[in-house]
Design a protein around this ligand. Structure first.
Ligand SMILES: [Zn+2]
Length: 103
């Protein structure tokens, strides 16, 4: 059995019968015209995924703002008929890697 990436929601899964999580419409509070549909298990995860996915150039706008000014980005997630608002911040995580030294 191998892990595969769902072509619809782009989630990695082991499940033989994968079911995509529900979709959420998300946008930044100061830019309500730029809406994106996100697959996520709940509104909170949708806000986090939105923050990741709207940074495709790896400019890390949200992370830069949060580390520099302790600022959070306000992300709006449309859930049923209401809006849920999340304050999203980011942090830097160090990742170590090792490689065998050639003699
Ligand atoms: Zn899926």
């Amino acid at each position: 059995m191998s892990r595969y990436k769902c072509q619809i929601c782009h989630e990695y899964t082991w499940a033989a019968r994968h079911v995509c999580p529900p979709t959420w419409e998300c946008y930044e509070a100061d830019d309500p015209e730029e809406r994106t549909t996100i697959y996520a298990r709940d509104a909170e995860q949708a806000a986090e995924k939105y923050a990741e996915q709207t940074d495709p150039e790896n400019e890390y706008n949200i992370m830069e703002a949060s580390t520099r000014d302790n600022e959070e980005s306000e992300i709006v997630v449309l859930a049923d008929d209401k809006e849920e608002r999340f304050l999203v911040s980011a942090e830097i995580v160090y990742q170590y890697s090792a490689r065998l030294k050639d003699d």
